[in-house]
Design a binder for this molecule. Structure first.
Ligand code: ZN
Length: 348
């Protein structure tokens, strides 16, 4: 054991707004776990919900709980059954801890296990100096992927899982919602060989960030511009082939359906706030396929995203803030402004 008995951790200590830096015991690992020393973590929209302690958080998150699920670090201890990982291995990892008994798990679709638990949401999380994780969940990081990219592989994985839901080669792709995941999905669509990639938002700062990260995408301010004009301008005859809905906005989905080609395909990652009316007849008559997307495929999404990062996919500019963890209040404040890309906290 090279580490101490207690560690710094960002904890939801009380059922109210905020997170607190506490001293917590270093987790004890079981025979199938590893202990990871955390180097960098990303702040997710989920963490903002937990900070704010909204209805979802109050109904979902047990208190006290160490939060955070986007991380990169280094293995410092391995359980006695773990044979394929070594101390010193740099890694990120899947934050969904799944069971092995369900039909879906037993058929290899681990991301569809109904009993999944999320680190930093239902189980002790990664905003800490050390994280206990099942060895199964560990994803080793190659040397050419730095910790700060390792710390955003979770949301990049959401983007990759959503974007690769349908074949993108030569297709015209519409992305609604230019948050970090939407922006990364645009970069992935470009990398995957889409012809036109159009991304919409109602926040001009985010559209600017999309241009900064991706370069070759057409940004559309959904408050001012009509997507039909964009379809004409880009020379698409009938509309978009693939839609990636990343905003959770009902209007965005409506606008997307209107400009899809007959038989188009839509992947939904954005989560609408509660029930929302959908014009299903429009979707039926346009013969549109809709797919809900949750998490990342274990571990095909991880494999693909690391392969793409090693083959020229560059999402580094989506990280707009790098801060020492002791400045976490400023980091969360920046996130809440809605003007940031990814905010990465340095734990070293
Ligand atoms: Zn996340």
């Amino acid at each position: 054991m090279t580490h101490h008995n207690t560690m710094k951790a960002l904890e939801k200590s009380r059922p109210e707004e905020g997170l607190w830096m506490v001293q917590a015991p270093v987790p004890e690992i079981g025979p199938d776990d590893v202990l990871i020393r955390i180097n960098a973590t990303g702040i997710c929209g989920t963490d903002i919900h937990i900070w704010n302690w909204d209805d979802w958080a109050a109904a979902t998150v047990p208190v006290p709980l160490i939060t955070g699920h986007e991380f990169a670090g280094e293995i410092v201890e391995v359980g006695r059954n773990v044979t394929d990982l070594k101390i010193g291995q740099r890694c990120s990892g899947e934050g969904h801890v799944v069971g092995m008994e369900s039909r879906q798990s037993r058929s290899g679709k681990f991301h569809l296990d109904p009993g999944t638990r999320g680190i930093g949401v239902n189980a002790q999380g990664a905003f800490a100096e050390y994280l206990k994780l099942p060895a199964f969940n560990v994803v080793p990081l190659p040397d050419d992927i730095p910790d700060e990219i390792g710390a955003i592989l979770d949301p990049l994985g959401n983007a990759v899982h959503t974007a690769l839901s349908f074949d993108l080669l030569g297709e015209d792709v519409l992305i609604t919602g230019a948050g970090p995941i939407g922006i990364m999905a645009a970069a992935v669509a470009r990398h995957a060989g889409a012809r036109n990639v159009v991304i919409t938002d109602v926040n001009p700062e985010r559209l600017k960030l999309a241009e900064h990260v991706c370069g070759n995408v057409r940004t559309v301010d959904a408050r001012q511009d009509d997507l039909h004009d964009v379809v004409d301008e880009l020379g698409m005859k009938q509309g978009f082939d693939v839609g990636l809905e990343m905003s959770g906005s009902q209007q965005a989905l409506d606008q997307m359906v209107e400009v899809m080609i007959m038989g188009g395909k839509i992947a939904l990652l954005g989560i609408p706030p509660g029930k929302s009316p959908v014009d299903w007849s429009r979707i039926v008559f346009k013969a549109i396929t809709i797919k809900g997307v949750y998490g990342r495929e274990m571990f095909e999404t991880w494999y693909k995203m690391i392969a793409m990062l090693q083959n020229g996919l560059d999402v580094s500019r989506v990280i707009t803030h790098r801060m020492p963890v002791d400045d976490f209040r400023d980091a969360f404040g920046a996130m809440k402004s809605g003007k940031t890309g990814k905010v990465v906290l340095d734990w070293r």
